[in-house]
Design a protein around this ligand. Structure first.
Ligand code: GAL
Length: 379
């Protein structure tokens, strides 16, 4: 059987969170260097994605999109070659409406020519937005059209539908052919935004799976309030909040698309984004979803549990509350029976070591907005 494209959630870096409209060829080449040289590519981050604002305002005489002459004086081909030369894949952005969200030309009624152009340029991933859509059109039909146009090129191009979770997208998006779909509104660099997006996802826990993943939007880990993009920037988050952000996205099988300026990432950010245990959970080949266990005796805390291939479970304990709390999990709620002599072992995904074996239940103290994640073997 041929390889399934985007069987696991795609991982990469995208220009929007940090740069908005303000990027150029130099920044993109530098980001490719950091991804390849500082462990990100080895950790699994393979797509380097240009978001909105990469094009000229007008198409050429053949109706094709033209890369911004100011940002890419020699066109996109040498930049894409450079990115590919680093062992990375290249992603680009368009929109199903008549303009992109930032007002650049978009793909409505140009789906075939744009897909063919992207394929010819060597594009491996398309993020496809939902702005300026004619009211007569459903996004379902327009996503079908672009998915078909991309497939017709004969090239493997990941199709990342960016539809913000409207129109009950999770119920129909897989049938369009899209590989990922945004399941909520745009992220901002603050805790309320992270928490809000996670809570929307909790209402749709059963959605997503191999080859079509629920996209909770790009990561803000490491941004620390430094974005140049007014639509994303905020006060930033604490380390505990960024840690919880990454753990949630990993557990909930979201694509992991970094948004910070990797050239400036500090040690904490780098270690977090390259956490092998959390990435392995995110990329687990069975791509199962989580179930959620709320804990009435510790309000604000909850567990997410995700079956992994090979028989173990990922267990995340989270504290969304405003003060330190005990976050417990009863093994009975996972189906583990101590009467049958089962004593699960816990591997700590942040400490990268054994946390011990336990009977009946497990509990950890968590500060406000903090979390712990374990690989649990029900032995
Ligand atoms: C939004 C999208 C963002 C970003 C922006 C660009 O609709 O959700 O992720 O792509 O458009 O204008």
């Amino acid at each position: 059987m041929d390889r399934i494209l985007a069987a696991a959630p795609p991982m990469g870096w995208n220009s929007w969170n940090t740069f908005g409209e303000e990027f150029d060829e130099k920044v993109i080449r530098e980001m490719a260097d950091v991804m390849a040289d500082e462990g990100y590519l080895d950790a699994g981050y393979e797509y380097l994605i240009l978001d909105d604002c990469w094009a000229e305002m007008d198409r050429d005489q053949d109706g094709r999109l033209v890369p911004s002459k100011k940002k890419f004086p020699d066109g996109l081909a040498p930049v894409i070659d450079y990115v590919h030369g680093k062992g990375l894949k290249f992603g680009i952005y368009s929109c199903c409406g008549v303009k992109t969200c930032a007002g650049y030309p978009a793909s409505f009624e140009h789906e075939a020519v744009d897909a063919a152009t992207f394929a010819e340029w060597g594009v491996d991933y398309l993020k496809y937005d939902n702005c300026y859509r004619p009211v007569s059109q459903t996004s379902e039909m327009l996503y079908r059209r672009m998915a078909l146009a991309l497939r017709s090129t004969g090239k493997d191009i990941v199709f990342a539908a960016c539809q913000w979770g409207t129109e009950n997208v999770g119920s129909w998006i897989r049938s369009t052919g899209a590989h990922t779909y945004r399941s909520s509104i745009d992220i901002r660099d603050n805790w309320e935004s992270i928490k809000g997006i996670a809570e929307v996802r909790f209402d749709h826990l059963g959605e997503g799976g191999i080859g079509c993943h629920s996209d909770m939007d790009m990561l803000v880990c490491g941004m620390n309030g430094s974005s140049k993009n007014p639509e994303v920037n905020n006060e930033g988050c604490t380390q505990a909040e960024y840690k919880t952000h990454f753990a949630l996205w990993a557990m909930l099988a979201s694509p992991l698309i970094i948004g910070c300026d990797l050239r400036k990432a500090d040690d904490f950010t780098k270690e977090l984004l390259q956490n092998k245990d959390l990435i392995a959970i995110n990329q687990d080949p069975e791509a199962r979803t989580c179930y959620k266990l709320d804990c009435e005796s510790s309000p604000g805390t909850f567990a997410l549990v995700r079956p992994l291939s090979g028989g173990s479970y990922a267990v995340g304990l989270f504290n969304f509350g405003e003060k330190e709390m005990r976050a417990p999990i009863s093994f009975w709620d996972m189906g583990i029976s101590s009467a049958a002599g089962q004593k699960p072992s816990f591997h700590d995904c942040f400490m990268h070591g054994d946390a011990g074996t336990f009977e009946d239940s497990f509990c950890v103290k968590l500060g406000a907005h903090d979390c712990s994640v374990y690989i649990v073997k029900p032995e």
